[in-house]
Unconditional design. Sequence first.
Length: 375
Amino acid sequence: MATERSYYEILGVERNADDAAIKRAFRKLAQQWHPDVSSEPGAAERFKEINEAYQVLSDPKRRQIYDMVGRSGLGDMGGAGSPFGEGFPGFGDLFDAFFSGMGGAAGGARRGRRPAGSDLRYDLRISFDEAVRGIEREIEFDALDRCGTCAGSGAAPGSTSAPCSACGGRGEIRAVRQTMLGQMVNVTECSRCHGEGRVADAPCQTCRGDGRAQKRKKLRVTIPAGIDEGHQIRLSGEGEAGPRGGPPGNLYVAVHVTPHATLRREGTEIYHDLQLSIAQAALGTRARIPTIEGEEEMEIRAGTQPGTEIRLRGRGVPHLRRPGTRGDLHVIVHVNVPTKLSRRQRQLLEELAAESGEAVLPAGSIIDRMKDALG
């Protein structure tokens, strides 16, 4: 007398397998033994056995009774209660039920979601000062927007729709094929109804059934203070409308910043190169410094050395993620050494060198100095 196989053995899972493992095992065996895809002798009986095992082990109450007393304790609760009703479900309906939660989906149309519209990119150029301070700009661009005639449905006003004849109202086309790994199901969107399951008897004449028409859009965009080159601002739902009433895409505003004539930026810090003469660096001076708020006069102390950095705290770029705080403005001192001197300028510098006890080259060219030595 043959020993009756346990439900766990039929599905090829351990007794402590969780719901996900049981479901995966059933799906794998169903792909192999479902009568719609298997030509093996006894495939129908094998699938009936697999289905019965799954119906018990996927139900917590029936599984508990089965684990305690076996099949005899189930009585009429054995493999009953299949969501597919009498007989075998179609192979497509079987996997419809899995993807939609095993809840009475058998035989029902599974319509695809309407595709979303495309995301758009808008390149916006602003000045250095506008990037630091922030600004509001109005932008214009062409985009596919919801058709005003059909309100995006793609159907002519007053028309009706019927189930798609190509996919039977399902919205998708299934094809079963044999591969080296076994039976494979290929699911594609129906090209006639575009996954919606229904087809209008009269398409909209304005948009030719697409539900969208080209329009000129205007938007006001707020550019936050502290934005930098290459940053993007996302405006949700302001991209192209989706076909036939699908959700819109997003608009991405890519910001480009025109460089400043005398200031350069590194993150939230701003730098300015201040050019001084030898006399200004040695004796001190007052210099005009460009800032975001306008030019300011700054005192440069006597004896300032080349490379000196003067920091103006809180005069830099606002932090994007820390409102109310700003970086600093750094003034870097550069001392210009003249390449040509007048006779008087040289005389004064020679007197300075003599006073300091510094050795310097004599005036004139090498040829002049040779003539003086020979004469």
